[in-house]
Design a protein around this ligand. Structure first.
Ligand code: ADP
Ligand code: ASP
Ligand code: MG
Length: 440
């Protein structure tokens, strides 16, 4: 069985929802994972922010704008009065939940409950549409099987066991529809897989049912060799290895949630990226094979903070790194890049929740310097197969860029440089112009 995920734009209008229905109804049994309609999760986050600030009037306005949008969708989506009635009931129920928080204390559980409504609505609306059109469709409630543990990591055992149970309970169907993004956490409370998490849902389900393929349907024809939001002349890549795709997704390629590749790689399930608006295009295929063509792509991850610790002793003492790393471990703060010299170590983090505490503890070991607003630029490919002189090509391309850190050799698939975010677009464009789009 295949698992197909459709993102926000793919279900972003009645017209697109109908296009999705056409695409998926080829007679083959499948699981379809849907995101919220585009713009909805942002709107729900905004409503939550108003509620945190106890700004009830603004929250009410934002809720009404969103509800009016959904009422219009229902009007345009269905033909029969019965389907319209069902659609209206779905929307009303979710908006009753959202509105109930206006007069309650607001906390993270409230926020998670509100942002979950986007996927809960879109899946039910598409299921009603498919029923109206005579298709054999059933909903698989994601909250009955999607689970994260106390470390917020996907609980693969629970997911595998539960999804099989839920599929049995709802009964045989040709098309199963489920919500991306949402899950329960270790306390049994509603939670989510972070922004963009529907891709991850699809790959977790793919792994749980040992799917034949995981397809991520979106609004672009596949994985491009650079970020099309910032750079001109990007090109689609036909084939990527799991390792290459994992590095690019982790280091900021928005087309894939950072963790999507891991379950697929573990179970060796091909991931195909496809364009809902142009289904004839072959898209990008991600498998264990690399097509061995050297540098493939670059991506950028923003919101990075660089920390430098200059050792108070003259030489890098035995155990120095261990002590430094233990501080980050204690504060559950992952380190992305690291580079060392005899007297100093620089590293980068993206989670600054405990930065003040970390700085205080690091100061026991030396002088600490912190640079914020940095971006990691990640250059990915099968670098070992690149011809000699590659490193000099990268440095020539980055001639005008104030590089803060470089990481080379950590893996054969990746070279990373840390630059001020103000120089990100220039860096990405220069890599496209001088390396990716230049075969000399
Ligand atoms: P969806 O809502 O379908 O999940 P996303 O907006 O999350 O879609 O991801 C698709 C978008 O990712 C594209 O429209 C594009 O702007 C952006 N993007 C960023 N980097 C890349 C890349 N390397 N290749 C393709 N798209 C990218
Ligand atoms: N709707 C969620 C978001 O906007 C999840 C997703 O689209 O993947 O982040
Ligand atoms: Mg996405």
């Amino acid at each position: 069985m295949k698992v197909l995920k459709f993102g926000g734009t793919s279900v972003g209008s009645p017209e697109n929802m109908r296009a999705v229905m056409q695409l998926i109804t080829n007679g083959e049994q499948k699981i379809i994972v849907l995101s919220a309609m585009s713009g909805t999760t942002n709107a729900l986050v905004e409503i939550s922010n108003c509620l945190y600030k106890k700004n009830k009037d603004e929250a009410n306005i934002a809720i009404n704008v969103l509800e009016t949008k959904y009422n219009k969708v229902i009007d345009e989506l269905y033909i029969s009065d019965d389907s319209k009635k069902q659609g209206n009931e779905v929307v009303e129920k979710s908006f009753d939940v959202i509105k109930s928080f206006i007069s309650k204390e607001f906390d993270l559980l409230g926020e998670n409950t509100i942002v979950a409504q986007g996927e809960l609505i879109s899946t039910q609306l598409v299921a009603i549409l498919m029923e109206e059109n005579g298709f054999d469709v059933k909903l698989l409630p994601a909250l009955d099987f999607m689970r994260i543990d106390e470390n917020k990591a996907a609980d693969m055992n629970v997911i595998s066991n539960n999804i099989k149970k839920v599929m049995k309970e709802v009964g045989e169907a040709q098309y199963y529809i489920t919500q991306g993004f949402i899950c329960l956490n270790a306390n049994g409370h509603i939670d989510n897989l972070q922004r963009g998490g529907s891709d991850y849902t699809a790959s977790l389900i793919g792994a749980a049912i040992d799917a034949e393929e995981i397809e991520i349907w979106t609004d672009i024809d596949g994985f491009h060799n650079n970020d099309p939001r910032y750079v001109t002349n990007t090109r689609k890549i036909d084939q990527l290895s799991f390792d290459e795709a994992a590095e690019l997704a982790y280091f900021g390629a928005k087309i894939l949630h950072p963790q999507t590749v891991f379950p697929a790689r573990l179970h060796n399930i091909p991931v195909r990226l496809k364009n809902t608006m142009n289904p004839a295009d072959s898209g990008t295929l991600i498998t264990s094979e690399s097509d061995g063509k050297g540098i493939k792509a670059v991506a950028a991850k923003d919101g990075i903070t660089a920390i430098k610790i200059l050792s108070s002793r003259m030489l890098m003492a035995y155990g120095f790194l261990k002590n430094i790393f233990e501080i980050f471990e204690r504060y559950k703060t992952p380190i992305d890049m690291i580079s060392t010299s005899e007297v100093a170590v620089s590293l980068s983090i993206d989670n600054t929740k405990y930065l003040d505490q970390i700085r205080t503890e690091l100061e026991k070991y030396g002088t600490v310097g912190i640079d914020e607003n940095m971006s990691i630029i990640c250059i990915v490919g099968d670098i070992i197969q690149e011809e000699r002189g590659f490193a000099s090509k990268v440095f020539n391309a980055l001639d005008d860029i104030p590089i803060r850190m470089i990481s080379y050799g950590g893996s054969r698939f990746n070279i990373s440089v840390l630059v001020p975010t103000a120089h990100k677009i220039q860096t990405l464009q220069s890599l496209s112009d001088n390396i990716l789009n230049n075969n000399n």
